[in-house]
Write a protein that binds this ligand. Structure first.
Ligand code: URA
Length: 213
C-alpha cells in the first residue's frame, strides 16, 4: 500500500509539464521515500539558481542552513561556492543552476546512503533532462559516486579537474571539482580548485557556451 502511495506522489512530480511545476510539486509533496530524512527535514531542497542555465552544479545533500531556508548551498560552503564562481564571472543565482544528489538533509550532515540516493535519483534525472545543460559540474566525491558509478574504484585525486563524457548523457560534458566544504576544511587546496575552475571558463570559451540559453 505504502509503495503505491510513494509511486503516485513521485509520478505526479515526475510528470510535471514545466520546471516550475516540478519544483512546486516536489517541495509541496511531503515525499517520504526516505522515512528518516522525511521525518527530520524542514524543507525539501529542490535547487538554487536559474533553470535556464547551460551549466548545472551538483553537490551532495542539503545541510542545516539549506534545510531551514529551502535553498541549495546557502551555508558556508555555498558562500565559498559563490566566490569561486564569481572569480570566473558567474553569478550562482543568475547564471547557474545548483542541485544536489539528495534533496533532504541527512542527519548530522552524513553522506547520503545508497538507498537514499537511489530514491532521489529520478528527481535529479528529471531536472537534468529538462534543463538540458551543456556542462555539469560534479562537486565532490558523493556527486561523482552517484553520477559516475562506473568509476567507483577511482579516487577524487585521480579525476579532479578533468572533463568526462558519460554514456547516459550524450552531448553533456561533466567536470569533477572538489566540494567547497572540502576546501573549507583544507584551504591549502584553494589554488588547485581555482585552476580547475579556470578550466571551466576555458572550456566554455572554447566551445562558445554561454551561461544562459
Ligand atoms: N553541501 C552540499 O553538498 N549541498 C548543499 O546544498 C549544501 C552543502
Amino acid at each position: 500500500m505504502q509503495f503505491d502511495l510513494f509511486e503516485s506522489t513521485a509520478n505526479q512530480i515526475l510528470t510535471a509539464p514545466s520546471y516550475d511545476l516540478f519544483k512546486q510539486r516536489l517541495k509541496e509533496s511531503n515525499c517520504s521515500k526516505c522515512v528518516l530524512l522525511a521525518e527530520a527535514r524542514h524543507n525539501i531542497v529542490a535547487d538554487r539558481g536559474n533553470p535556464n542555465s547551460n551549466i548545472v552544479l551538483i553537490g551532495e545533500a542539503p545541510g542545516e542552513n539549506e534545510d531551514l531556508q529551502g535553498l541549495a548551498f546557502v551555508g558556508r560552503a555555498g558562500q565559498l561556492l559563490d566566490k569561486i564562481m564569481a572569480s570566473i564571472g558567474l553569478d550562482t543565482n543568475k547564471d547557474l543552476l545548483i542541485l544536489n544528489v539528495v534533496k533532504c538533509r541527512p542527519p548530522d550532515n552524513r553522506a547520503p546512503k545508497p538507498d537514499e540516493a537511489a530514491h532521489c535519483f529520478p528527481y535529479l534525472q528529471w531536472q537534468l533532462s529538462h534543463v538540458k545543460p551543456k556542462v555539469v559540474v560534479l562537486l565532490g566525491a558523493t556527486a561523482a559516486k552517484h553520477l559516475m558509478p562506473d568509476q567507483k574504484d577511482k579516487g577524487m585525486k585521480e579525476r579532479v579537474g578533468q572533463f568526462f563524457d558519460l554514456p547516459h548523457y550524450p552531448g553533456v560534458k561533466f567536470l569533477l571539482l572538489y566540494h567547497p566544504a572540502y576546501i573549507l576544511r583544507d584551504p591549502r587546496k584553494k589554488p588547485e580548485m581555482w585552476e580547475h575552475v579556470k578550466g571551466l571558463k576555458r572550456y566554455m570559451e572554447q566551445e562558445h557556451i554561454t551561461a544562459l540559453k
